[in-house]
Design a protein around this ligand. Structure first.
Ligand code: CP
Ligand code: NVA
Length: 300
């Protein structure tokens, strides 16, 4: 599961299943679909949510997760990506990988004989978006026809959101500086899917236009992991895209604020918005666990 596209035919069903399992947990003994199964987790970047929510998900499903941090595997450096894929496939039933590059992510999946799950790369963050859509479904009781405004950097999270919205029939306007727009290839695929599902996903540059009438206002960090050297120029460039009281003025009644976290108060979002009554960011973090349990049971 490298892209949200890999969940295309099952996404709606998976989300309903996750919501049901969260709100009506089975009575008696918990089912253990991952019993005696092992998930190898290779992280090239730091993580709080992805690491812990996957470890807890695997454990609650009866399996075992083994974490390898940035100093351990050294993908493509200590040994080739293909060799890592073949070795891990001999030990584990699945590989969760947090990578710098989508190309390396795909190379790992190509050589692995067990499923590879994308725990974030430079192009997508599909497990994040599965949890995000679950959160919207939980809060708004539907997805189809809602309007999501994404403001800020057209990054991995934005790309996956475009696909997730298109697949579930949500409208999305991603407002980013033109120089940091979402990946054109992904936008094109999302627009083709959106057309089939009677919704519209667009890339624009005016954050206020995006936020007008929006049911969901979503932002992410201006400086993704690996971009630390661009911090100053990015902070200056993205300033007009901050999610603050001014931006949300024309949002739809009952709008919710979302952020995949980690957040930087005073930068991509003001304190009053992220810590205010419309914010659902901590429910969003919890829902990573519930969405990923369904993904793991389906994939492993
Ligand atoms: N949202 C998210 O993926 O958080 P982590 O980087 O802490 O895993
Ligand atoms: N866009 C961010 C997401 C962090 C979960 C990054 O890639 O660092």
């Amino acid at each position: 599961m490298i892209s949200v596209l890999d969940m295309k035919s099952d996404l709606d069903k998976m989300l309903s299943k996750a919501l049901k399992a969260k709100t009506e947990p089975p009575k008696g003994r918990r089912p253990e679909p991952l019993k005696r199964k092992v998930l190898a987790m290779v992280f090239e970047k730091p993580s709080l949510r992805t690491r812990i929510s996957f470890e807890v998900a695997v454990s609650q499903l009866g399996g075992t997760a083994i974490y390898m941090g940035p100093d351990e595997v050294k993908m493509g450096e200590r040994e080739s990506v293909a060799d890592v894929a073949k070795v891990l496939s001999g030990y584990a039933d699945g590989i969760l990988y947090r990578a710098f590059s989508n190309e390396v992510m795909r190379e790992l999946a190509e050589h692995a004989t067990v499923p590879v799950i994308n725990g974030l790369d430079d192009t997508e963050h599909p497990c994040q978006v599965a949890g995000d859509l679950l959160t919207i479904l939980e809060k708004k009781k539907k997805l189809k026809g809602l309007q999501l405004a994404y403001v800020g950097d057209g990054n991995n999270v934005c790309n996956s959101l475009l696909l997730g919205c298109a697949i579930t029939g949500m409208n999305m306007r991603a407002a980013t500086p033109r120089t940091h727009a979402p990946e054109p290839g992904i936008l094109e695929q999302a627009q083709a899917i959106a057309e089939e599902n009677d919704c519209v996903v667009e890339s624009i540059s005016n954050p206020f236009e995006a936020a007008e009438g929006a049911d969901v206002i979503y932002t992410d960090t201006w400086v993704s992991m690996g971009q630390e050297s661009e911090k100053e120029e990015r902070e200056a460039l993205f300033l007009p895209y901050q999610a603050n009281a001014n931006l949300v003025e024309k949002a739809a009644k009952g709008w919710i604020f979302m952020h995949c976290l980690p957040a930087h108060r005073g930068y991509e979002v003001s304190e009053e918005i992220i810590d205010g009554p419309h914010s659902v960011v901590f429910d969003q973090a919890v829902n990573r666990l519930h969405a990923q349990k369904v993904i793991l049971a389906a994939v492993l």
